[in-house]
Design a protein around this ligand. Sequence first.
Ligand code: AGP
Length: 368
Amino acid sequence: EQIKKGNYEHFMQKEIHEQPHSLTTTMRGRLRDKSVILGGLKVHLKTIRHSRRVIFIGCGTSYNAALAARPFLEELSGIPVTMEIASDLLDRQGPIYREDTAVFVSQSGETADTLLALEYALKNGALCVGITNTVGSTLARKTHCGVHINAGCEIGVASTKAYTSQIVVMTMMALAIGDDKISTQARREATIDSLYNLPNVVREVLQRDGEMKDLAKSLIDEESLLVFGRGYNYATALEGALKVKEVALMHSEGMLAGEMKHGPLALVDESLPIIVIATNDSCFSKQQSVIQQLRARKGRLIVMCSEGDASLVCHSGSCRVIEVPQVADCLQPVVNIIPLQLLAYHLTVLRGYNVDQPRNLAKSVTTL
Ligand code: AGP
């Protein structure tokens, strides 16, 4: 086991730091110049383009990855994209039709809720696509077609490198589906350029490890942590909070910043730490006003912003800032989750909990 961890103390730490490499293997052979080639979807692209709806289905981190990819797929395909947590779809027996494309996302490919939802979608006649890290898994075998994320074996119960590779695969899927439209060609090419450079940017963000350890030290005794995001980074808020709660055993909630005034604002005081994700995209000015409102209530803020934007989000040292490099907006969630993964990791070690095997959790939830 020690050999497999290499120079790292824990699998989670190793898997976080492996991401420049895992992202490279995810993209290997799939980017050709200015286009994306996904062999597993090729013959089905026409059917997907004619779907009346795309439904993303998954649990936990895999659901969050799909949520991060949703806006770009909507934008490039023009098809309505809806989100389903597998257990909730089953509880409701929600409608699924022959004209739907159901995209199942699962690192293990063996999650019971996701597999049951797959049975249900197959029965209802939808085209079923699988996005998984596990070749030969039940999900890979039972879906009509799909894409392997090729992130390499993930051992830590907390999913890290699979999350970023899932987002990249679903972004590539959106690029492949939207490949027939001239109107979005420039947008697609700019995104592909950003994909090529993504592993380098992630490597750069991983240098912030010490900074995130210092932040973890300042949060070690907290009982609660809120994370606010919106747009592409609503998923980052949910996923960052999930990491903190599942390994550091600290209560943490990811929230849609647009919902802040509809309840969560009542929680804000001088002591509750709040992370606000405010990197530069079309939601930036809205996030600036969220920050102002939180500051007016003396909120204890930690703001994640794009490099060079510190003075636009935080005046006269009134908050702590995490600066990250800017990439294409649809890929920014891949960059933004890295500091939060590092934060969750360091918080866990500092609080003395089991990083790779958090209490009560299993890597793959194969029972209902
Ligand atoms: C991730 O950190 C969690 N351990 C958990 O939410 C996980 O993502 C979920 O159980 C789904 O697993 P899957 O991707 O293997 O289907």
